[in-house]
Design a protein around this ligand. Structure first.
Ligand code: B12
Length: 203
């Protein structure tokens, strides 16, 4: 249903289908088995040439707004532990980060979501300002590993050493050795993210 709505540029239908899925499914299931595969499929169809850029843009816009609605209100009353979530410099795909933010909110964290393309010093400033013990990054675009590796090293140096850095997303493997060098954790899935956030050192 979702992909048909994207083909037909039917934003209302896509929104209705997503809202319906949100009431029927657990958050984890919704995010990992509906939202992510839909975007992957759109990416494949776009590569094959059977969907246009505008179909992808329409879907990204609707899904961004849908996820933002799920995220809204997950700040709580000040008792939840803060987590900073963003994508590093030159990383423009925010939906994975937004998925991680919605999920973190769902399991009791206060997500501070800052969107795409954030330089290292802004990410570290955010962590300082909201007193976050955990920073989570999403990496989707794999074609600039040298720049990205440098940004991650700069972030590592700028962050307080007690802040944990978790990194997820489909292109994380392009900077695997840097992630090891700086002692960050590669979180492969939302379940692994959950374990990391529930571990003893997390909050
Ligand atoms: C939508 C999209 C865009 C949109 C993003 C809109 C937005 N607001 O986010 C826009 C238009 C900005 C875009 C731009 C570009 N894109 Co693009 N895009 C995509 C697409 C179709 C879907 C990505 C997406 O949103 N997925 C949905 C999310 C929810 O899924 P996800 O990111 O995989 O996240 C899941 C997990 O990875 C995980 N996760 C992700 N992050 C994190 C973080 C944490 C902490 C945790 C725990 C988990 C986690 O959780 C999610 C749920 O399971 C992909 C195709 C694909 N196969 O991914 C291409 C894709 C990523 N794009 C690609 C390209 C080439 C580009 C452009 C260069 C295109 C261009 N020529 O201008 C630009 C610039 C990219 C850049 N520099 O960042 C390539 C990247 C190839 C590569 N070398 O890495 C892809 C793979 C398409 C392709 N097959 O060629 N893109």
């Amino acid at each position: 249903v979702c992909i048909e709505a994207v083909e037909a540029l039917d934003m209302d239908r896509l929104e209705r289908a997503l809202n319906h899925a949100a009431t029927e499914l657990s958050r984890l299931h919704l995010l990992e088995n509906v939202v992510a595969p839909l975007m992957t499929r759109i990416g494949e169809r776009w590569s094959e040439g059977s969907l246009r850029i505008l179909n992808e843009h329409m879907a990204s816009t609707v899904i961004h707004s849908f996820l933002w609605d799920l995220l809204r209100g997950s700040g709580g009353n000040g008792t939840r532990p803060p987590i900073v979530i963003a994508t590093p410099s030159k990383q423009w795909c925010t939906l994975g980060a937004l998925v991680a933010a919605v999920f973190a909110g769902d399991i009791g964290w206060h997500p501070y979501f800052f969107g795409p393309n954030l330089p290292a010093e802004e990410i570290s400033a955010a962590a300082r300002m909201v007193r976050a013990r955990v920073v989570a990054l999403s990496i989707t675009f794999g074609a600039e590993p040298v720049h990205l590796g440098r940004e991650l090293k700069r972030l590592h140096l700028a962050l307080d050493p007690s802040v944990r850095l978790l990194i997820g997303g489909r292109a994380t493997k392009t900077v695997r050795s840097t992630i090891e060098d700086i002692g960050a954790l590669h979180v492969d899935s939302l379940s692994m993210f959950k374990s990391a956030l529930e571990g003893p050192a997390a909050k």
